[in-house]
Design a protein around this ligand. Structure first.
Ligand code: ADP
Ligand code: MG
Length: 491
C-alpha cells in the first residue's frame, strides 16, 4: 500500500557506474549518502528530514526513497532536492532519478485487499488433503497466518503507550485481553472515549501483542467504515459467502470506531451475525467507540446489548503528569532534548488530547529546522498557538498582583488592603483588569483575591481601566507594558 511519486527533474542519462552498485548493498550506499548529508545540514534538520527516510530500491538510473508522508515528500523535494541529487550523484558516480514512495501510516484495507486475503483463508482452511504441499504448510502454526494481513500499525504497542490515571483501567483491561485472549470474560472489550485519546493505539496494541506472542493467531484490525464498504462490495459481487468465511476465520477481530455503524442497518445486521459466530467460538472481539455503547445513535438494540456483554472501559483526557510523560517519551523517541520549560508550557496549554500534543512536537521540530531556530519558549508559544488556536495562559491572580505591585512600586499587600490612596487604587484596578483579561476566574473569585471585594467592584475597576486606556495613551501603554511582563513571565 505504498504510493509512488516521481518528480520531473532534469537528470543526466549516464548509467550508474557498475562498481558503485554491484559491490555494495543498497543499505550501505544509502548510509554513505546520509553520512554526506549529515555533514551538510544541521543536526535538527537531519533528524527531522533525513533520519526517517529509507532507501527502498535502486534500479536502473533510479533510486526510490521511502518517506513517511505526502507532506514530507513535497517538503524534501522543495527544499532538499538538489542536496539529495548532489549526494546520490557523488556516492553513485552518476546522476540518477529520485523517486519517493510513501509508507502509509493509517493502514486501511480496501475491499479488494480483503478478497486477496479471503480466498487464501478459504484455501488454507479447506486444505484437507494431508499429502499436499499446502496442507503440510498448514500444519505449521505460523503458516496459518501466512500472507494474512492484520492491518495493524506496528507503532501502536503497549510499550509505546504511556500509562496514566486517565487510561489506567482501559490499559489494564486491554493488557488482560492481550495476555489471555480466550480466558477473560471481557468479550467484547469496548474501549470508548473522545478524539485523540488513544483508543486506536490501545486496541491495536492488543493486536500487535497477540501477533507476536501467538504465532498462529489471526488478528484482524478494521475500522467500521472499511468493514461497511467491504460488506457492500461483497453483496454487489455476490461473494458474501467468502466474505463471511474470512471474518469467521479470525481469532481476534478488532473493529475501530463502531459509532460509524450508526444508521447502516444492513451492515449492522450482518455484523451482528459475525459477532455471534465469533463469540460462540470463543474468539475475542475488541471494539472502540467515541461514546459508551448504550449512547450509540442509530444502532439497533440487540447489537448494543451484545456490545455490553463484556467489559466497557473508557479513556479520558490525560492529566498534566501524563501529558508531560507523553511529551518526554515522544521527544526521547525522536532523539531530541526539549528544554524543561518548553515541555511544561506545551503540557500546560495543550490539554484536550494526545494527538494535539504530538502535533505540537512535530510542529516544533519542523519549525526549528525550517526557520533554523532554537527550540525555546518563544518557538513553543508560536507552535502551540497555531495548533490550538489561542494560547491559554495559566497565570494566577497572585502572580498578576505581584507583577503589578513591582511595576508600580506599591507594596503588594496594599493591593489587597482597604487603602484608598489614589496610586494604590490605580494599581488595584489595573491588577483586577488584568486578572479578568488573563485568567478564567469569575468576577467573584477575582474580588475574593482582592481582600474580599464584591463582583461589582471588579466590574467598576475593569470599566475604569478600559475607559482610561481608550482616552489616555499613557495609561494604555502602562497597562500594556505590565501585561506583556506578565505574559512573558509565563511558562
Ligand atoms: P483515538 O483513536 O482515540 O482518536 P489515537 O489512538 O489515534 O486516538 O491516538 C492519537 C495519537 O496519540 C496517536 O499517535 C497515539 O499513538 C498517541 N497516544 C494516545 N494515547 C497515548 C498514550 N497513552 N501514550 C502514548 N501515545 C499515545
Ligand atoms: Mg481512532
Amino acid at each position: 500500500m505504498d504510493i509512488n511519486i516521481s518528480y520531473d527533474h532534469e537528470f543526466g542519462e549516464q548509467t550508474i557506474g557498475e562498481q558503485n552498485t554491484a559491490v555494495r548493498p543498497l543499505k550501505q550506499i544509502w548510509e554513505e549518502c546520509m553520512a554526506v548529508v549529515r555533514a551538510r545540514v544541521n543536526n535538527q534538520s537531519y533528524k527531522t528530514w533525513f533520519e526517517p527516510i529509507s532507501a527502498a530500491r535502486l534500479e536502473h538510473n533510479k533510486i526510490t526513497l521511502k518517506v513517511p508522508s505526502q507532506f514530507f515528500c513535497e517538503w524534501l523535494n522543495e527544499h532538499y532536492y538538489s542536496l539529495i541529487n548532489e549526494v546520490t550523484t557523488q556516492v553513485l558516480g552518476a546522476e540518477i532519478r529520485i523517486e519517493y514512495e510513501i509508507a502509509q501510516e493509517e493502514i486501511e484495507i480496501s475491499p479488494e485487499d480483503m478478497f486477496m486475503n479471503a480466498p487464501q483463508t478459504e484455501k488454507n482452511s479447506s486444505a484437507g488433503s494431508a499429502e499436499t504441499e499446502s496442507a503440510r504448510e498448514e500444519s505449521r502454526p505460523e503458516a496459518k497466518r501466512q500472507n494474512f494481513d492484520s492491518c495493524l500499525n506496528p507503532r501502536y504497542t503497549f510499550e509505546n503507550y504511556i500509562n496514566g490515571d486517565s487510561n489506567q483501567f482501559a490499559r489494564a483491561a486491554a493488557l488482560a485481553v492481550a495476555n489471555n485472549p480466550e480466558g477473560t470474560s471481557f468479550n467484547p472489550l469496548v474501549i470508548y472515549g473522545g478524539v485523540g485519546l488513544g483508543k486506536t493505539h490501545l486496541v491495536q496494541a492488543i493486536g500487535n501483542h497477540l501477533v507476536k506472542s501467538r504465532r498462529s493467531h489471526r488478528v484482524l484490525y478494521i475500522s467500521s467504515e472499511t468493514f461497511t464498504v467491504a460488506f457492500l462490495d461483497a453483496i454487489q459481487k455476490n461473494s458474501i459467502g467468502e466474505f463471511s468465511n474470512f471474518y469467521r476465520s479470525v481469532d481476534l477481530l478488532i473493529v475501530d470506531d463502531i459509532q460509524f455503524f450508526g444508521g447502516k442497518e444492513k451492515t449492522q445486521d450482518y455484523f451482528f451475525h459475525t459477532f455471534n459466530a465469533l463469540h460462540q467460538q470463543g474468539k475475542q472481539i475488541v471494539l472502540s467507540s467515541d461514546r459508551p455503547p448504550k449512547e450509540l445513535k442509530g444502532l439497533n438494540e440487540r447489537l448494543i446489548s451484545r456490545f455490553q456483554w463484556g467489559l466497557t472501559a473508557d479513556v479520558q483526557s490525560p492529566d498534566l503528569e501524563t501529558r508531560i510523560a507523553i511529551l518526554l517519551k515522544k521527544s526521547n523517541d525522536d532523539k531530541v532534548e526539549l528544554p524543561h520549560d518548553v515541555i511544561e508550557f506545551i503540557a500546560l496549554n495543550v490539554t484536550s488530547n494526545i494527538r494535539e500534543l504530538e502535533g505540537c512536537l512535530i510542529g516544533l521540530l519542523a519549525r526549528a529546522s525550517l526557520e533554523s531556530r532554537k527550540i525555546d519558549l518563544d518557538l513553543a508559544k508560536d507552535v502551540v498557538n497555531s495548533v490550538i488556536g489561542e494560547v491559554r495562559t495559566h497565570v494566577t491572580i497572585e502572580e498578576i498582583q505581584r507583577i503589578v505591585s513591582e511595576e508600580l512600586r506599591i507594596p503588594e499587600d496594599l493591593i489587597r488592603a482597604k487603602t484608598r490612596k489614589q496610586e494604590v487604587v490605580l494599581a488595584r484596578q489595573i491588577a483586577m483588569y488584568l486578572a479578568k483579561e488573563l485568567t478564567n476566574s469569575s468576577l467573584k473569585t477575582i474580588g475574593l483575591h482582592f481582600g474580599g471585594r464584591d463582583h461589582s467592584t471588579v466590574i467598576h475597576a475593569y470599566q475604569t481601566i478600559e475607559d482610561a486606556m481608550s482616552t489616555d495613551p499613557k495609561q494604555k501603554s502602562l497597562v500594556q507594558q505590565i501585561r506583556s511582563k506578565i505574559e512573558n513571565g509565563l511558562v
